[in-house]
Design a protein around this ligand. Structure first.
Ligand code: GDP
Length: 535
């Protein structure tokens, strides 16, 4: 029996691929997601998964917005089967949804797909998310999108990734033409040219003609100029580029690069096939009991995201758990490492698009949604068997700061309770002024929406109306060598010192330039853009 479970577990782990897409708004994440689902056979026609932004623009009403937040709950993970693989695509909230959750989601991912608009190259949100991937040495696969439009030279884009992100690149395919003349890609893996035909609105899979580089038919199929250009560029790649080294890819030091157009479906399937081949399957994770392999037979996992549904009729709270080892089964009773209690996981959900489906089993790499209100906090470990605790999810550098003011002294208790609970839940970070006279908590967020959500929930759940007073800072750094170092440094231009929830010093700067100035002027200060959750 044990033997059977072990083998089953090994097989399930080996066929799982879990990833998140990191990109800047408008690069085409929604479009690519949809096309991956189309090729994965999970939907039959593109257009089935509506862009959240579109739905949101349709209304300005706050409650409507929250109903849609319900929809965003359900797209936390898209699970689909393709060929022999079981794929989990974790949604990284972007646009107005950008929040600390976006970063935390990467803690639950085994791979990242970095999606870049060929006309724009690297953009700010992509860089930020890349930094978080780098902390975890996540394997990164690059998809350069929108080749059907005029964009920057492929070699220049590759160079930008190498220089600015410090990643080695290996182009797995290479584009043939660009804009109106974008004809297809050369697949270096199989050494074939793929020439695509467009379909109406890219709703169905693109049809392609596949030929060898030296095939005589190429003269009829492709303009001579594009053919010669391709041959020249391939020569450059072979001449100067490194070989594909999967060990470097899995260590997050080399990125396989793909070119294509999500909208017209060019290169999407080639990308999916190569990605599944090269991607990291669920990996070993660090815990208090050392590194745990996913085939460790007991079920273990950790909470990486909490989502409160703000519709008052369905005031549920979902804890998203990344399964790390063993097999999860419905109605399982597990141990909760932080509280020492046991919890029965009775209403687990697997989430796909707009349906909530109940799960009976889940394996390492999968995500399950648990409905146990109030039980879980971000970073909590759940386990069966011997006690283990996974490394916690750190606090990420906030960029938006505002005093949160409770104008009504009679609501003091509710206000404090609400602020504490929302902080524990990971809705926002809380900091305080070093001026004892100013007691109002400072909300410290990665995205503006976090602040709105906190205010909304304080009113709806704790009955406290609040107002905010924005602070003019946009960069935060924890000072890891303590208060003495801060004192020694003295006053800094366009910066203030605040303390986080655990009384650790944090410097807030107006902008990056002020931060760079402080680094230059005070080499003794040790600054960090993340901090472990305090105790
Ligand atoms: P997201 O903000 O990253 O989710 O981006 P969307 O998927 O919503 O795409 C943003 C815009 O770019 C939309 O108008 C898409 O139709 C368009 N788009 C996405 N992929 C492509 C592509 O490959 N080519 C072109 N020309 N447009 C694209």
């Amino acid at each position: 029996m044990t033997q059977t479970i072990a083998t089953e577990l090994q097989l399930e782990v080996a066929r799982r691929r879990n990833f998140a897409i990191i990109s800047h708004p408008d690069a085409g994440k929604t479009t690519l997601t949809e096309k991956l689902l189309l090729y994965g056979g999970a939907i039959h026609e593109a257009g089935a998964v509506k862009s959240r932004r579109e739905q949101r623009n349709a209304t300005s009403d706050w409650m409507e917005l929250e109903k849609q937040r319900g929809i965003s709950i359900t797209s936390t993970v898209l699970q689909f089967a393709y060929s022999d693989f079981q794929i989990n695509l974790l949604d990284t909230p972007g646009h107005q949804d950008f929040s600390e959750d976006t970063y935390r989601t990467l803690a639950a991912a085994d791979n990242a797909v970095m999606l870049i608009d060929a006309a724009k190259g690297l953009e700010p949100q992509t860089r930020k998310l890349f930094e978080v991937c780098k902390l975890r040495s996540l394997p990164i696969f690059t998809f350069i999108n929108k080749l059907d439009r005029p964009g920057r030279e492929p070699l220049e884009l590759i160079d930008e990734i190498e220089q600015e992100l410090g990643l080695q690149t290996y182009p797995v395919n290479w584009p043939i033409g660009m804009g109106d003349r974008f004809k297809g890609v050369y697949d270096r893996r199989m050494q074939k040219i793929h020439l695509f035909q467009r379909t109406a609105h890219g709703k169905k899979a693109a049809t392609s003609t596949v030929v060898d580089l030296g095939d005589p038919r190429i003269e009829e199929l492709l303009e001579q100029e594009l053919y010669f250009q391709l041959k020249d560029e391939l020569e450059i790649l072979e001449g100067v580029g490194p070989d594909l080294d999967l060990e470097l890819v899995r260590a997050g030091q080399m990125t396989p690069v793909f070119f294509g157009s999500a909208m017209t479906n060019f290169g999407v399937q080639l990308f999916l096939d190569a990605f599944l081949d090269y991607a990291q399957y669920p990996e070993t994770r660090r815990s208090s009991a050392g590194s745990l392999d996913p085939t460790y037979p007991e079920f273990t996992g950790f909470v990486f995201k909490l989502q409160a549904n703000m519709d008052p009729k369905h005031r549920d709270r979902v804890a998203f758990v990344r399964v790390c080892t063993g097999k999860f089964e419905r109605d399982m009773t597990v141990n909760h490492a932080r509280t020492g209690k046991t919890v029965r996981l009775s209403r687990p959900q697997k989430l796909f698009a707009q349906d909530r489906e109940s799960v009976d089993t889940a394996y390492p790499g999968d995500i399950i949604g648990l409905n146990n209100p109030g039980t879980f906090a971000i970073g909590d470990t759940v386990y069966c068997g011997q006690k283990i605790v996974y490394d916690g999810i750190p606090c990420f550098s906030p960029e938006i700061f505002a005093y949160l003011i409770n104008p009504n002294p009679s609501k003091f208790k509710q206000f404090n309770k609400g602020v504490t609970e929302l902080r524990e839940e990971g809705a926002v970070q809380i900091m305080y002024s070093t001026n004892e006279a100013r007691r109002d908590p400072i909300l410290a967020a990665v995205g503006q929406l976090q602040i709105e959500v906190v205010q909304y929930r304080l009113e709806a759940e704790y009955g406290v109306q609040t107002r905010t007073e924005a602070l003019p800072y946009s960069v935060a750094r924890w000072v890891t060598n303590g208060w003495d170092a801060v004192e020694k440094a003295g006053r800094m231009f366009n910066a203030i010192t605040v303390k986080d929830n655990w009384d650790r010093p944090v410097l807030l700067f107006r902008n990056r330039w002020n931060l760079d100035q402080a680094i230059a002027d005070h080499p003794d200060l040790q600054l960090s853009n993340i901090a472990p959750i305090g105790t």
